[in-house]
Write a protein that binds this ligand. Structure first.
Ligand code: KG4
Ligand code: ZN
Length: 335
């Protein structure tokens, strides 16, 4: 069984091949030029996907001595994401599948992240908890099977990665904000400033706009622009507050639900403070911890190919008229 996966929901064009259950290629072309604008420019993202998707597909096939006729399944991200960006990879994959007589599977990007742990040697055991933390999403999900999931909590305002990006801007740190804030935080004192963690009516929901505003107020009240030491302390204290909120909810869910594994994924899973806290939680409560390699945590097509394969193997069939969707939609996730 040879699966081609295509991801183009935001600023990574990615193409992957899974061959007989083994990942054979995971090519990722990041659109670094968005740095110049301090954020992703949708129109430029779509155009870059358009330029990059065909060369990447050709390379993935050539690297594995494959031709299109060897493919058994094509999976592409259908949403959520930037609609112009999604359309490029989706239409490319669907057209290739249609013209070659190969089954096509539309994949929900978040479901891709949720099952990215299966790309590792140590795989999650059902039922498991998954914390998805990226620039666009923050969700805590109870995963019962490949076709049954429940959202326990989600952000009511900013996504965790978005908060990192915005705080980086306030501190004049380069885009993308997450890695710059982490670098500053490593040299700072996480206990220097007490940035509050929001308490919400749903015990598993998240909110990061309050902590973001607290950081802004704190900077505005300073008599002079923050020096490096102050920047480091703000970054470390902000990181402690955000990761504290994320880990608190995971802890509550571990206590409430019978689960075997906890998994952490999405771009913010690259944060070492969060990773370490997550591993400690798993050890404390005797749960298996699966945190995918960096290449599978950020946006990538390996997770899309795997998710497409899992749906195909579950016997799922898709309407040929299926269209991409910019907002969150999944028939397998409730709540
Ligand atoms: O999953 P991803 O690559 O793309 C989206 O689907 O959003 O996540 C990107 C997000 C950005 O907000 C970026 O700032 C954040 O992940 N990020 C981090 C770190 N590395 C990336 N946030 C905190 N610490 C990091 N080390
Ligand atoms: Zn993502």
């Amino acid at each position: 069984m040879i699966v081609l996966g295509i991801e183009s929901s935001c600023d990574e064009t990615s193409v992957a091949v899974i061959r007989d259950g083994v990942l054979a290629s995971n090519l990722i072309s990041s659109q670094d030029f968005h740095k110049l604008y301090g954020g992703v420019v949708p129109e430029l993202s779509s155009r870059a996907h358009l330029e990059r998707v065909l060369p990447l597909v050709k390379k993935a096939l050539a690297d594995n001595n494959l031709s299109v006729n060897d493919l058994d399944l094509i999976a592409a991200t259908a949403g959520p994401g930037l609609i112009g960006a999604l359309l490029v990879g989706f239409i490319f994959g669907k057209t290739l599948a249609r013209t070659s007589g190969i089954p096509f599977v539309p994949v929900n990007h978040i479901e891709g992240h949720i099952f990215s742990g299966f790309l590792m040697d140590t795989k999650p055991d059902f039922p498991f908890l998954c914390l998805v933390v990226s620039g666009g999403h923050t969700m805590l999900i109870l995963v019962e099977s490949f076709t049954s999931m429940k959202i326990l909590g989600t952000t009511i305002d900013d996504a965790a990665g978005e908060a990192f990006d915005k705080v980086a801007k306030m501190l004049n740190l380069p885009y993308p904000g997450g890695p710059s804030v982490q670098k500053a935080a490593m040299a700072g004192n996480p206990g220097a400033i007490d940035f509050p963690i929001a308490r919400l009516s749903n015990e598993f929901d998240f909110s990061f706009s309050g902590v973001k505003t607290s950081v802004l107020r704190y900077i505005q009240k300073l008599e002079s622009p923050p020096d490096q030491e102050m920047i480091n302390n703000i970054a470390a204290s902000f990181t402690a507050s955000v990761t504290g909120a994320l880990l608190n909810n995971v802890r509550k869910a571990i206590k409430k639900y019978k689960i075997n594994t906890i998994t952490l994924t999405g771009g913010v899973a690259a944060n070492s403070h969060l990773r370490e806290g997550f591993i400690r939680l798993g050890e404390k409560y005797g749960k298996k911890v699966v945190i995918p390699d960096f290449q599978f945590c950020g946006d990538n097509a390996a997770m899309i190919a795997f998710r497409g394969l899992s749906l195909h193997e579950a016997g799922e069939k898709f309407d040929p008229a299926y269209e991409p969707f910019p907002s969150f939609f999944s028939k397998y996730i409730t709540g």
